[in-house]
Write a new protein. Structure first.
Length: 437
């Protein structure tokens, strides 16, 4: 038995067994199932990239490389889908799941079996189980009607039942923002000292996946847009092997870094005086920024799904642009060594974030002044429970308060945001949220 909480992050739930977990998953949204499955597959991945579970000959190394590529792809798609749900990724997920199932079914003959192994049967199945967990994570996203069973299967193959229960106690937007093993660096069954040299250490073609996996272990994911681009690498490239995938990722990272390094004007009037407290609490702050970024993206996806609109209403364009800033702040805190230059970079990025919030403030002020036109908008009531929802704006105000410091201007902007949000409620009253997709 293990305990988990409800998706509001409060209370406890008890699952007697995997069947109980699956019954609970059937009552959850597709996004929750995918997040649970993705985390389970991530925990199992070490069984693929750790050399301990493989023979040392060339055929085994080739099989390991093949399964590692496919399984990483499945996990990357599932993780990215929690932030960017949509038909584009769904098609890729279905193809990746089929490839993972095919590859994992062939690995047992390449598994290591030595007299030193504590459990020979277990040793022979670890890589196979990890491949199946990755397969089910991708399948979970590709086939919404089978999501609960697929997620439960991924948990079963990961053999990390209790940790899945801890994941279940979190709001969906926070699940991927937690350390993979919570209070422990790794599962006791997968300690680095017991696993041998991982494929990451001996094969530079897997360098991106080393950095990607490390970020997932720490609960501080790499930039989601970068992950999305990697997840969308065409099927034929993955089938071509590690050289082709490494080359494609190198091109993606080169283009992405060039975009990030583009010269953007500073907004010194919006920059905080101090950022010391952010570096001193960088894990918590980074998780908060990443969670808010994910929530904003998810709510815009829900808004479009419910309204059928392809374009964002002008008043919410500044809000839709915030995730890029939030991700950049999280990246500075978690990926860069603290220095005078890093602190200055963080101040500048927060200044740009605050400038966008000021634009959002102006747009909402204009909307408040033109209530009659707003009430006639076909999308307004849906916006109230998605991109203008109480929860989203509450999280936004809290996050901005943290990064902006005790600045008078920042305080006033946040007070204004709450005022405009409350005005929205007065216009439309209690509107029920849209049903989960």
């Amino acid at each position: 038995m293990y305990c988990g909480g409800g998706q509001d992050g409060t209370g406890d739930m008890e699952f007697e067994d995997h069947e109980g977990l699956e019954r609970w998953l059937k009552s959850q949204s597709h996004e929750v199932c995918v997040a649970i499955a993705a985390r389970a597959a991530l925990r199992a991945l070490r069984g693929i990239f750790a050399d301990r579970f493989w023979k040392g000959d060339e055929p085994a190394r080739n099989a390991q490389e093949r399964l590692a590529l496919i399984s990483h792809r499945c996990c990357a798609i599932a993780c990215t889908a929690t932030v960017f749900p949509g038909d584009e990724l769904q098609a890729f997920a279905a193809t990746a799941a089929k490839a993972a199932f095919k590859a994992s079914s062939r690995v047992k003959k390449f598994s290591a079996k030595t007299v030193k192994a504590r459990n020979v049967a277990y040793e022979a199945e670890v890589a196979d189980n990890a491949g199946n967990a990755a397969c089910f994570a991708s399948h979970c996203y590709a086939h919404p009607l089978e999501a609960a069973h697929a997620a439960a299967s991924a948990v079963a193959f990961s053999d990390e039942f209790e940790l899945a229960g801890m994941d279940a106690g979190l709001p969906v937007g926070m699940i991927l923002q937690q350390p993979l093993w919570y209070d422990s660096a790794y599962s006791e069954a997968l300690l680095p000292s017991d696993l041998g040299s991982p494929i990451y250490d001996r094969d530079p073609r897997f360098d991106f996946f080393r950095r990607w996996y490390d970020s997932m272990v720490r609960g501080a994911p790499l930039d989601w847009e970068l992950q999305r681009r990697v997840a969308l690498i065409p099927q034929e490239t993955w089938e071509a092997g590690a050289d082709a995938v490494a080359e494609a990722i190198a091109e993606i990272e080169k283009a992405w870094k060039a975009e990030q390094q583009g010269v953007e004007p500073r907004r010194p009037e919006f920059e905080p005086r101090q950022v010391t407290h952010l570096f001193e609490n960088k894990i918590i702050v980074s998780a908060g920024m990443s969670s808010l970024s994910s929530t904003i993206r998810q709510e815009f996806e829900r808004f479009r799904a419910e309204t059928g609109l392809n374009e964002t209403p002008e008043m919410f364009a500044p809000l839709e642009a915030l995730p890029h800033r939030l991700d950049r702040i999280s990246e500075i805190l978690t990926m860069l060594e603290r220095s005078d230059a890093t602190e200055q970079a963080l101040r500048e990025e927060i200044g740009r974030l605050n400038a966008q919030v000021a634009e959002l403030e102006k747009e909402l002020a204009k909307a408040k002044a033109d209530c009659e036109a707003l009430q006639k908008s076909s999308w307004a009531k849906i916006a109230k429970v998605t991109i203008a929802g109480t929860g989203l704006f509450g999280s936004l105000v809290t996050a901005l308060w943290v990064v902006s410091g005790d600045e008078v201007g920042a305080k006033q902007r946040l007070e204004n945001l709450q005022e405009y949000r409350e005005a929205w409620d007065s216009l439309f009253g209690n509107t029920q949220p849209p049903s989960a997709p």
